[in-house]
Design a protein around this ligand. Sequence first.
Ligand code: ZN
Length: 164
Amino acid sequence: MGDFDDLLAANKTFGETFSDGGFDGIAHAGVLVVTCMDSRIEPLGMLGLKLGDAKILRTPGGRVSEDTLVGCILGVHLLRVNRIMLVPHTRCAMASGDDASIAAAVLERNDTDIRGMRLGASPDQANALRYDVQLLRTHPLITGRAKVGGFMYDVDTGLLEQLS
Ligand SMILES: [Zn+2]
């Protein structure tokens, strides 16, 4: 008890002016964004979108994991998604090395051994992005139902560049 008091107090304040109750869960702009868990990224704001417009799936590095794929499939079939944006970003920790080197860093810093865990890290972000875009574009449950684009988000300028 107490570990989350500050957040729960902030939530009480949030609830006092909350006016979006009863809203549906459709992606009103037809957009699904897969991006990194990085705290420097505000997915709706950077695209000029608002609450209710888009589905947001966040993973370490913005990679397309198994669960991300599930989200994309459900998005296009049930939630009106017709455009999927994959958005990794500059200065991402998951691009600072491969799975082995990041696991080695965790071991070194915390004496916790996660070697062998599939992290999805890659120093070649552009290639990882191309792979993920291709994976979604050619997936039989997505192809023909949604356009898929790969973008790089610059955390220092706030700008996106389309790479694929
Ligand atoms: Zn990142």
